[in-house]
Write a protein that binds this ligand. Structure first.
Ligand SMILES: [Zn+2]
Length: 174
């Protein structure tokens, strides 16, 4: 890092400390002094964390906004018996997976699919709500199939429950 005043590349670190803020994470702040002209300046060294951008369905590109995603997930999970920490964990997993893709631009449909994968394991109702709001399935036919299957499963489950309730009553009548 050359001196901003004289462009000399010989600088001396006179102070070094760790700083952190919520937006950019931990960084090392260094106070430097130019050996040639004695000018003092500050440099920050931080981990490279590439920005993540989302390609919307209409082609627009936006910065990935975890808060916005959280609002959508919370809405889908409204009044469902899902602990808040499960939702935070889900968002952590989603963000981790997105960053692991190592691509700066991720299609919103892909983000939706990752969220749905997590919601599916968490709560079927939240899963369907999220799917219907975001219509994130790249292929609508696939979604229809999922929906049909889930409905049948839920139906079968409630039938079983109903039968289980019915059975002892029938038993007492006999
Ligand atoms: Zn200098």
């Amino acid at each position: 890092m050359n001196c901003p005043a004289c462009d000399c590349h010989d600088t001396r670190v006179i102070d070094s400390r760790e700083t952190s803020d919520a937006r950019s994470g931990v960084a090392v702040r260094r106070r430097r002094q130019c050996v040639a002209c004695a000018k003092r300046f500050t440099t920050y060294e931080r981990y490279e964390r590439p920005d993540l951008r989302v390609v919307k369905r209409d082609g627009r590109v936006e910065d990935f906004d975890r808060d916005k995603l959280e609002v959508g997930v919370l809405k889908a999970c409204e009044k469902r018996p899902i602990p808040r920490e499960e939702i935070v964990r889900l968002l952590d997993t989603v963000e981790e997976k997105l960053r692991a893709l190592d691509a700066p631009d991720v299609p919103s449909t892909e983000i939706g699919a990752i969220v749905l994968e997590g919601l599916k394991a968490l709560d079927p109702v939240a899963y369907l709500r999220f799917a219907s709001v975001y219509k994130s399935f790249a292929d609508a036919e696939h979604f229809e199939k999922e929906l049909k299957q889930l409905r049948q499963e839920t139906l079968a489950e409630s039938l079983e429950k109903a039968q289980a309730r019915e059975a002892p009553r029938r038993g007492t009548k006999r």
